[in-house]
Every structure is written in C-alpha cells, then in structure tokens.
Design a protein around this ligand. Sequence first.
Ligand SMILES: [Zn+2]
Ligand SMILES: [Zn+2]
Length: 107
Amino acid sequence: MATTTGDSVAAELPHIGTLTQAQVRGGACVWCAVMLRTTTAIDLGPREAEFHGTVARWFPRGCRSCTVQSAYLALLGHAQCCDQCEDDPARCEAGRRLRRAVREARR
Ligand SMILES: [Zn+2]
Ligand SMILES: [Zn+2]
C-alpha cells in the first residue's frame, strides 16, 4: 500500500512563508532562488498552501539542478519504503512518476 501525495515531484519544498515574491510566482527557483527563464525552469506542479486561514494556490518552479536533486532524493526515499518497488518497480505508479521526473529534469 503506497502512501503518496500525488505530486509529480514529491519532494519537500521550502515553506511558502520563507520564500520571496519571485519564488512564489515561479520567477525564481524555489530552492536556490536563482532567477529562471522559461527555457530553464521546471514546473513543479501547482501546490496549495494555507495563508492566514485561506488556501492559496501557487506554482513553484525550480532550476534544473535543484529539481534533479530533489526528484532524485524523493525517488530514493520512496524506493526505501515502497514494497511495490522492491517487488516490481515497473508496477509502482508513484515510483514510475518519480523516475520519469528525474529523467525529464536531467534532459
Ligand atoms: Zn535552484
Ligand atoms: Zn514504489
């Protein structure tokens, strides 16, 4: 029984309260704050964050090297605690998604 958040890159993001405007808007890498261009940015998918009692959607983006690293860590963490991946990685939906994210970010 896999427990997944359903994120395509299920890595830990910094808390939204610690980020700059540019990072929240997706203009800068959510981890290292480098300014992003559309050609170098990787979409991490919409997230929801609670802000003063209301839930806001935001669209974090990462630079290539941070995203590869975080997707890779997420994959390692997943593989360690996933029975399905130990059994047959090809049949684990969450594992497959993470491996794809690592592959795509490396391109
Ligand atoms: Zn970065
Ligand atoms: Zn798995």
